[in-house]
Design a protein around this ligand. Structure first.
Ligand code: ATP
Ligand code: ZN
Length: 303
């Protein structure tokens, strides 16, 4: 063994947002993968008790660098933050060191270009020579270059949407979900640069040894949890001759399991439905001949 080389960590460390939009959903998704923790007093570190997987609670902007430096192995972060950090690295001639491992289906938003309400928007060429305020200079610069537009990028770390009113910029490039903040500042979104959601970020290269096994186990469970996140297990009984009317009402179900009960004509069915199982849908199934309908939540799935 090389005495100067520190021993590789045999626990996996995941960085998540300490507080903010992604904090709670990230924790509950990881908890649904069977992870449980003991929290440190300063609420910065959570020690994994059910598996050797610890959490570091940080500002979301710090997550890409924590992965790049190897302080954390994985992170849950907005694709916007990850791609911006990647863009900054690549623009300064450094190689990419992190990548998106999984899209996680929450924290959805888009990076949009917005202009003051009074503008008669005709297209990106109108931005030539203008100042655009943003916290995402790399993503904005990439987009401007792709449009062939030469504009000035004004870097602001927050409150981007008030920049035009303060005379700091002519337009803005900011994250939008409902658009209410833009509207409140008399701005209109005119182009989407980037669609974002929370992602599991990790190194471009995988891990070795125990951490590789832990990361693989985590991804397997995440895939199972994500797959059934909005799914329900539907149980019911019906006579065999009703199947042709019942099955078309289950277009989002994986091939239902059909069991024979009570001779050959009475069946018990179970179907994993990936779409919404509403009361209306249950009533439609009942009218088509289903009996004893039961809807069960699904917590996980291991294919
Ligand atoms: P931190 O203190 O961790 O730096 P923050 O203020 O940068 O927090 P939040 O506002 O909690 O972060 O946003 C975290 C992420 O949530 C964003 O990077 C983005 O991926 C996502 N998000 C979803 N909807 C929105 C939105 N309407 N505005 C901003 N971010 C959004
Ligand atoms: Zn942040």
């Amino acid at each position: 063994m090389n005495p100067t080389k520190p021993a590789a960590r045999d626990r996996l460390r995941i960085a998540i947002q300490k507080s903010g939009r992604l904090a709670e959903p990230a924790r509950s998704l990881l908890a649904s993968c069977g992870l449980g923790w003991r929290e440190s007093r300063d609420r910065l570190f959570c020690y994994g008790e059910t598996l050797p997987v610890d959490l570091l609670l940080v500002r979301d902007d710090d997550i890409p660098a924590l992965i790049a430096d190897g302080v954390c192995d994985l992170g849950v972060v907005g694709r916007n933050v990850l791609s911006e950090a990647d863009g900054v690295r690549v623009a300064s001639g450094r190689r990419p060191v992190f990548r998106e491992w999984r899209a996680l289906g929450f924290g959805g938003c888009r990076l949009a270009l917005a202009v003051p309400e009074g503008w008669d928007w005709k297209g990106p060429q109108q931005l030539a020579g203008k100042r655009i305020a943003t916290s995402y200079p790399a993503l904005l610069s990439q987009w401007l270059a792709a449009q062939g537009v030469d504009a000035e990028v004004v870097l602001l770390s927050g409150s981007v949407e008030i920049a035009p009113r303060l005379g700091q910029a002519d337009a803005v490039c900011d994250l939008v979900s409902s658009g209410a903040t833009l509207a409140a500042n008399q701005l209109v979104p005119v182009a989407t640069l980037f669609e974002s959601e929370a992602v599991l970020a990790g190194p471009v290269e995988g891990f070795d040894g125990v951490r590789a096994e832990l990361a693989e186990l985590l991804c397997r469970r995440l895939d199972g949890a994500l797959r059934v996140r909005h799914s329900k297990l539907l149980l019911f009984q019906a006579s065999r001759d009703r199947l042709p009317s019942l099955l078309p009402l289950l277009p989002d179900a994986e091939a239902p399991t059909v069991m024979r009960i009570d001779g050959v004509d009475q069946l018990a069915l179970q179907a994993l439905c990936h779409g919404a199982v509403t009361w209306q849908r249950l009533e439609d199934l009942k009218s088509a001949g289903a009996r004893g309908l039961m809807v069960l939540p699904v917590e996980g799935m291991l294919a």
